[in-house]
Ligand binder design. Structure first.
Ligand code: RP5
Ligand code: MG
Ligand code: MG
Length: 280
């Protein structure tokens, strides 16, 4: 059964609001928790943003829960989520110790996409490096350091309204790992072109709920993580990386079990390593 760790204790990110502590056995909604009394928090920075939903009490706001709602999917990869008697969608994993939207723009699922760009680690002569421990070849992936938390993470981001996930994957990669927001239109077109072929065929690594520290009882992140592998290092292996947007740093990172990454990203990298029979 799915469980979350990163979103059920401590202070909510970029706020001074404490989560109501939820012990592991009290996470599922099916478990009685009469003392449960979480604070409500929706960050002032999301109010009125074009990418954010209105307040749930706004009479103009008539969301189609569990459905495609105009340009926005309010469907969950995890199945049908419940709506409580006050009209709030409920986190499919369970309690988080906080109600409201927190930092998230959407009530219910907030859909993201995570590109996992990999290549083999090579030595000076171009030979693939083999781990002396597992005798498996060592994979590398492109990681970014997040500006908000300082954690290393995948260069992922939210799916824009009406955007197809395959476009989100390439756009977020370009923004966070290649600083495309600071490039001019012609340079962006050229970059898009050069990545088009590579980003055409990705292998699905994960689709579902992300254990993100921003999740609340009424808003949560779901993602689709796809692996784009550069087998001989000739495509992205040559690209010049440059951190941009919400990334402070970017670099090729060796894949192994010592990795510590943001949210559930370590799980995604572990699965990727297994898919390639790589060292872990
Ligand atoms: C993560 O939040 C998802 O897996 C994705 O990487 C990310 C999306 O949020 P932003 O990077 O846009 O903040 O948990
Ligand atoms: Mg982004
Ligand atoms: Mg991002």
């Amino acid at each position: 059964k799915m469980i979350h760790q990163n979103c059920r204790q401590g202070v909510y990110p970029r706020s001074s609001v404490n989560r109501f502590e939820v012990p592991e056995d009290k996470v599922p909604w099916s478990k009685e928790f009469p003392d449960y009394n979480p604070a409500s928090y929706s960050a002032p920075t999301i109010q009125g943003q074009p990418w954010a939903d209105p307040d749930i009490s706004d009479p103009q706001f008539t969301p189609k829960w569990n459905d495609v709602d105009g340009n926005v999917s309010r469907k969950s990869h995890t199945g049908e989520y419940a709506i409580n008697d006050k009209g709030f969608p409920l986190n499919p994993v369970g309690r988080t110790g906080i109600i409201g939207r927190g930092l998230l723009g959407r009530w219910g699922p907030n859909h993201a996409a995570d590109p996992i760009v990999t290549r083999w680690k090579r030595n000076g002569t171009g030979a693939v490096e083999i781990s002396r421990v597992t005798e498996n070849p060592i994979l590398q992936f492109i990681a970014v350091q997040r500006k908000d938390s300082g954690d290393w993470a995948l260069p992922g981001g939210m799916v824009d309204p009406g955007e197809v996930v395959t476009s989100t994957l390439r756009r977020e990669f370009m923004e966070e790992a290649m600083n495309s927001l600071e490039k001019d239109e012609a340079q962006v077109e050229e970059l898009k072109e050069s990545l088009a072929e590579f980003f055409k065929k990705g292998d699905e690594v994960f689709k579902g709920y992300v254990d993100d520290p921003r999740n609340t009882d009424n808003a949560w992140i779901e993602t689709v993580a796809l692996n784009f592998h550069d087998e001989n290092g000739s495509i992205v292996g040559k690209l010049e990386l440059s951190a941009g947007d919400d990334a402070a740093n970017v670099c090729w990172t060796d894949v192994n079990k010592e990795l510590e990454l943001y949210a559930s990203h370590r799980d995604f990298i572990k699965r990727t390593a297994q898919m390639h029979n790589a060292h872990w």
